[in-house]
Design a protein around this ligand. Sequence first.
Ligand code: NAP
Ligand code: HSE
Length: 434
Amino acid sequence: MNVVKVGLLGLGTVGGGTVNVLAKNSEDISRRTGCQIVVSKASVRDLRRSRICETDGIELTANPQDIIDDAEIQIVVELMGGEEPAKTLILAALKQGKHVVTANKALIANHGNELFAEASRNNVVLAYEAAIAGGIPIVKVMREGLTANRIEWLAGIINGTANFILTEMRDKGSAFADVLKQAQDLGYAEADPRYDVEGIDAAHKLCILASLAFGVSLNFEKVYTEGISKITPLDVTYAEELGYRIKHLGVARKNATGIEMRVHPTLIPEKRLIANVDGVMNAVVVKGNAVGPTLYYGTGAGAEATASAVIADVIDICRQLESANILPALGFLDEQLQDLESLSIEDVETAFYLRISVQDTTGVMAAITSALANNSISIEAILQKEVAEQGANTDVILLTDSVIEKSMTQALQDIEALDSTNGSVIRIRVESLQ
Ligand code: NAP
Ligand code: HSE
């Protein structure tokens, strides 16, 4: 049987998971590919560190260039993370005619245009299934399964760590910092966990999904990014009272004027399937104009779930080694990528949840509702917490109809300027996902 040698750049959570899954499923994988996939070398920073996988038969090196220079290695799998030295190593591998698989969404979102062009010049594959939504084969869905459709919009829970934190806060009332620590211990979080908590990791993934959906070049700077760090247990409770769940959602939509790309905490009606995606699970809804809405669900982070996506890419390459048939990196022919305008968040239309801390004085509700009405914002629902005495502080919770963001920004400035309002108004966008 043909042997295909693979070199791993990185042997941490995902690298170790990849070795383990290749070992336990080797028979099925060989039956599927007709070849034997062998990890011959792996590079790490610390040669003495213990590994989650067996390393017998794998030559460990502290010099990643050894892998690029090994003429027998046909596929380089980059699982070290970060932008450098990963980018330089991948470019070097592509230039040497090696196929590359990566799970590095930061790298693809920020430098994918350049990397894909280099892969194309050298007639090799740069595959990145594991970069989005862990084990869910969403790149394959977008590049192959849904190619008959014009994609209208997609929305997804695409960061396992953030979803795990929100779920534990809601179900167990756990403190934010404790749950983040658990996510790190389980291997879900990024090396810098601010990427998970501040929405940057989800923004990387959304940027790639939007390019796959709409056939545009990668444009990470245009993704509006808000994380979950300001979500309090109070908002989680109020949202539940109104029949909603708070999820960290990525949304990409194409309309007549351009495309919107945004990640932020979002209220979703609790009866939607995606509102019930909990823990480290991810889900992506894709709306095609022929098929309608479709939903993809699975484990969003962790060693073996991510390895499943990494190895699927390796297997695809093994199958392609025999043919010259290479799929376009973003699913559209390179020369057909369009230059569509990316909308500013101020031009995006959504409904809103507002939490306004006020002194409960006569006329306060009238002042708030007229500030909204003056900006043509209608109210869908109101919750007001009772207070023991007139003049005490209380929360007013409002759900609004859909409104252009800039009108909401103006209304909130007007509300925050009222004598009876305490501090800033909390606003969370609402998506009905219909
Ligand atoms: P990790 O556990 O920190 O592993 C990183 C590996 O790369 C380690 O073996 C480390 O060596 C090596 N490494 C890191 N920086 C290096 C450098 N500058 N030079 C040489 N070696 C270096 O990370 P991970 O969680 O497996 O994530 C790897 C990639 O997969 C990242 O791009 C991440 O975003 C992506 N990803 C992760 C998950 C997940 O659930 N963890 C899911 C999807 C995608 P040492 O072991 O010696 O320190
Ligand atoms: N840190 C990422 C997450 C890993 O939690 O979703 C998977 O991409």
